[in-house]
Design a protein around this ligand. Sequence first.
Ligand code: NDP
Length: 264
Amino acid sequence: MDLGLRDKVAVITGGSIGIGRAVAHGLAAEGAHVVIAARQVERAEEAAAEVATRHDTRTLAVGVDVATAKGCEQLIAETTKAFGGADILINNAGTGSNETIREAADDKWQYYWDLHVMAAVRLGRGFAPSMIERGGGVILHNASICATQPLWYEPIYNTTKAALVMFSKNLANELIPHNVRVNAINLGLTLTPDWVKTATQLTEGTDRTWKDYIQGIADEWAPIKRFASPEEVADFFVFLCSSRASYSVGTTYYVDGGMTKCVV
Ligand code: NDP
């Protein structure tokens, strides 16, 4: 199936590892050029080099903090300089939290708001003109099933991801007259290196392995009883970016192995 992605320019925030890196590979495998943005520039460069070598495509690594206005401006400027603009934007950079509402201070709320919501606002606003100029585009927001089914230990994550989903719907309404399709994806358990690191730390010095811990979480939370691999969720992102998903607009898709407990 031709996905119509050859020579498209895709910007992926948080593309240096985990889900974002798998999406970068998935898009590049279809012939897209990719811009990988992350704070640790060496890791972004290493990912960009791997993608370029494996798929014979052009890549660019940009070391920026997308939770800041300056970082977003730099990402837009460097992408424009290298590629003249973008056709695809994947707002993926994000991270979990751990707090109670009674204890968390304003600055923690502000940081997650800036990372999960303002990055999408600033980058959507910044890249939309070039997408429109190029005849259309795609913006995807990597939210989480926590946007609708909160995990008890991360109220700030849950709240800011819910806001991201609502932002995605509003942006979709505003941009579809210009042939820019905007959607959100709510993932469930996805086995990224970060999960492995956490599981390793939590099982150190016990008689359980990190794999036992991961399996325990999957058994408890996901009817499918396993984590997704980054590659299998990346396939869903790639499809939504493609011209084969041309009627998909303003929706939130759940890719969660059945973890969402109600009908959404
Ligand atoms: P990882 O922790 O594996 O990777 C996060 C990526 O984002 C890294 O490239 C990191 O690079 C980058 N990043 C983080 N903060 C910033 C920042 N301020 N500016 C620029 N880049 C940043 O995450 P995952 O792959 O697990 O998750 C990706 C997205 O998917 C997140 O939004 C997450 O909420 C969502 N998700 C993940 C699930 C899972 O089970 N893994 C489930 C549901 C949703 P660097 O540190 O160098 O900046």
